[in-house]
Design a protein around this ligand. Structure first.
Ligand code: ZN
Length: 316
């Protein structure tokens, strides 16, 4: 008997160790990347779009039209883009960057109307962190409502991921809950809330019913799409792509939240969403093998890749 015990205990310990590693895989992946501090600002880029102008030495404003502005942070390592969408009565700020600087200075210079902040999702590089907004609206999902204390929602580590850059978990004071598919009235301009999970469970996009443009957050932008994070879900990504495909017009622009290889507003089109849907179906049906171990990279088209968990950890 005794001779069997030691190998058995060693095997159980090994299995426990592997199990812990899999369970805490996101921590294991993020820890080596994390310095616990916000990365140093990049040098001021010189390769900016000719239509853009600097608000200061940090924010770059790129007008899309006279009532729609992309606000870029090209000196922040993640090259974030937020969007100010203005009607005749009010405006929406879709994303706020990491809050390295206060984006409200920029938005105040662009409109006097009341502004509602809507995060595309709760990751630290979109939520503004220390910046406090007068009006905040977030997607109305039952699990978020249940968790909110009054109208105060404290984010979880998995939702925020900001500890790696030294950001505390923010508490959001929510003024408005946005039901998926509901309309936001801005005055002579309407936006529709599209529930587009996949990158995270709490991700939304906004459809501009006046122009057909879609503001897609981290759900879709040129480059590597992150579908391996703690609240990512491959099946939800596919459902999100189908939601966008049901409403996107053939020549519509989709504006993402991170700059791609070109120093311009990150813009994609309907074909990219179709390619994303097709790629997700190929992955689901095991018709394609990805590259790498964790994350696994699957090609979508020449502009897009999906970074996913290994197949045995993917949920569909
Ligand atoms: Zn994100």
């Amino acid at each position: 008997m005794g001779s069997f015990k030691k190998p058995l205990i060693a095997l159980l310990l090994l299995l426990l160790f592997i199990g812990l590693g899999v369970w805490q895989r996101h921590l294991l992946v993020f820890s080596p990347w994390s310095s616990g501090e916000t990365p140093p600002l990049l040098a001021m880029p010189t390769d900016v779009s000719p239509d853009s102008y600097w608000y200061d030495d940090y924010f770059l404003v790129e007008p899309i039209d006279s009532a729609t502005f992309a606000i870029a942070e090209p000196r922040y390592a993640q090259l974030n883009y937020s969007y100010l969408i203005i009607g005749t009565d009010k405006a929406i700020l879709f994303d706020a960057g990491p809050g390295v600087r206060d984006i409200r200075m920029v938005t105040r210079s662009l409109t006097d109307l009341p502004i509602t902040f809507i995060p595309s999702h709760f990751h630290f590089d979109h939520i503004g962190n220390e910046v406090t907004f007068e009006n905040v609206a977030v997607v109305d999902l039952p699990y978020l409502r249940d968790r909110a204390d009054g109208n105060v929602l404290t984010l979880t580590w998995q939702e925020h991921l900001g500890s790696g850059e030294g950001f505390d978990l923010p508490m959001l004071e929510i003024d408005e809950w946005l039901e998926p598919d509901s309309l936001i009235e801005l005055g002579e301009r309407q936006l529709q809330v599209l529930y587009t999970p996949g990158h995270t469970t709490d991700s939304v996009s906004l459809l501009d019913l006046n122009t057909g443009a879609i503001f897609s957050g981290d759900f879709l932008y040129p480059g590597n799409l992150y579908a391996f994070l703690p609240t990512s879900h491959m099946g939800e990504y596919l459902a999100g792509a189908e939601t966008v495909l049901a409403v996107v017009e053939p020549d519509a622009a989709l504006y993402g939240a991170h700059r791609g290889p070109e120093p311009v507003i990150p813009q994609l089109g309907k074909q990219d969403v179709e390619d994303l849907q097709a790629a997700l179906l190929r992955i689901k049906q095991r018709e394609v093998n990805g590259i790498g171990t964790f994350p696994v990279s699957y090609p979508v088209n020449s502009r897009l890749n999906i970074l996913a968990e290994p197949r045995w950890l993917q949920s569909w």
